[in-house]
Design a protein around this ligand. Structure first.
Ligand code: PLP
Length: 444
């Protein structure tokens, strides 16, 4: 079937990539942006609005990535832009406290009550790194359990069997991480309670915390199986270890209160610590970690755990976060059901088209977060995700891009949509997918 639109020109993007490569390794500031996993030239984005990105050659893309998650209200949402502009006019940074920090913290705590106290940082990486330090200090223990395929940023101790870009590149960890640093990180398969029990038996009284993505997104979307989160809560509480939910991706995404709200019935008690990022910064660099007050009060200046940041709680970032969260909180009763319905229409619509095109596809979805794994098998952990046909995904990705639809540039990443995706976008996506699935089915 002929495609309905002319092939994109990427001439400007190619020139910009060559220029960038002269100054930046690989031309990028974050590796997956180079598109190595899917091939083709990475378009350079110059502008975005609502659900659409515009590249340097004048091509327009329907965005299912939202800057890796933050842009749940769509790009350049007018009230967020206005809030940032207003804050900028008052000065970009003071290195002193501002009223906005408590304002954003109060909004977050209203949605995520387990975060009795919190501290802002400038990235998700800093949030998880600091949460681990705090968990070790609070428990006086060294070991940390993480799960294969879960990504918690690029801090040394957590860059062990991480998903996301690390999975994409097939690097087991990273060069430059000393064994001694990773030695106290135990990487276990996701959704496997027996593995966790065995680790606690092998290291009794030595495990400071379990950190996990309560809904995994960085190996592609993988849901916790029924009873899994409850088991982790029970095991950690029994042993005196902390349970840390890394909700940098899922916070304000899978539900207003994140995965801990979605699975509240199951986990009963909340996690001890939570990390946030992405959406809470509305597109500006923000992370946060928080939890039980008695744990958080161990931070300097109240306690012995040192943690600091020149730009932490930055006024522009706080303003963007406040504008974003106020909008989400005020409209939660209509907005989250709308996100759920739109993503169901897209995820299920494409699953049906794949079935018709005889392309084996497994769709994992929760709220406005989903992944099409190019495998007929159920995907419940990193090993099953890794069975996906990544070459077929790459063909699908390139064909979707040619059809004007922007998907995450790796099989092992979640796709996102936001409030700016409506019925027209659903229709456009399904039309594009019909073409792209045919391309994915064609063996290179
Ligand atoms: C994105 C992400 C991080 C890292 O956040 P950065 O802001 O990129 O440092 C950590 N954990 C999870 C679950 C993430 O999705």
């Amino acid at each position: 079937m002929p495609t309905t639109r002319p092939m994109r020109s990427l001439e400007q993007s190619r020139l910009l990539q060559l220029r960038a490569e002269q100054f930046l390794p690989g031309g990028v500031d974050s590796p997956v942006r180079a598109f190595r996993a899917v091939g083709g030239d990475p378009p350079f984005i110059v502008r975005a609005e609502g659900a659409y990105l515009h590249d340097a050659d004048g091509n327009r893309y329907l965005d299912y990535f939202g800057s890796w998650g933050p842009m749940i209200l769509g790009h350049a949402a007018p009230h967020v832009v206005e809030a940032i502009q207003r804050a900028a006019a008052n000065g970009a940074s003071f290195g002193a406290s501002t009223p906005a920090e408590a304002d954003l913290a109060e909004l977050i705590r209203s949605a995520v009550p387990s975060m009795e106290k919190m501290r802002f940082v400038s990235s998700g990486t800093e949030a998880t790194m600091s949460a681990i330090r705090l968990a070790r200090a609070f428990t006086g223990r060294k070991f940390v359990i993480k799960f294969e395929g879960c990504y918690h940023g690029h801090a040394d101790a957590l860059l062990v069997k991480a998903g996301s870009g690390v999975a994409t590149f097939g690097i087991p960890g990273s060069a430059g991480v000393p064994e001694e640093t990773a030695m106290h990180t135990l990487a276990l398969p996701y959704n496997d309670v027996a593995a966790v029990e065995a680790a606690f038996e092998a290291h009794p009284g030595q495990i400071a915390c379990i950190i996990l993505e309560p809904v995994a997104g960085n190996m592609g979307t993988v849901l916790p199986q029924p009873g899994y989160l409850a088991a982790l809560r029970r095991i950690t509480a029994y042993d005196g270890a902390l349970l840390v939910f890394d909700e940098v991706m899922t916070g304000f995404r899978v539900a207003l209160g994140g995965a801990q709200a979605l699975y509240k019935g199951e986990i009963g008690g909340a996690p001890d610590l939570t990390t946030l990022g992405k959406i809470i910064g509305g597109g500006l660099p923000v992370g946060a970690f928080g939890g039980r007050a008695e744990i958080m009060n161990m931070l300097a200046p109240l306690g012995p755990v040192y943690q600091a940041g020149t730009l932490s709680g930055n006024p522009l970032a706080m303003a963007a976060g406040i504008a974003t969260l106020r909008h989400l909180i005020d409209r939660q009763s209509t907005l989250y059901p709308q996100l759920e319905a739109t993503s169901a229409a897209i995820a299920d619509g494409i699953a049906a088209l794949a079935c018709k095109a005889d392309v084996p596809l497994t769709t994992n979805r929760v709220g406005a977060m989903f992944t099409w794994f190019f495998t007929p098998q159920e995907v419940t952990d990193f090993a099953s995700a890794a069975k996906s046909d990544t070459a077929a995904f790459a063909r699908f990705h390139r064909a979707m891009l040619d059809e004007g639809v922007w998907l995450p540039p790796s099989q092992f990443e979640a796709a996102f949509l936001g409030a700016a995706h409506g019925e027209a976008e659903v229709a456009e996506t399904l039309r594009a997918a019909e073409q792209a699935l045919a391309a994915a089915a064609r063996h290179a």
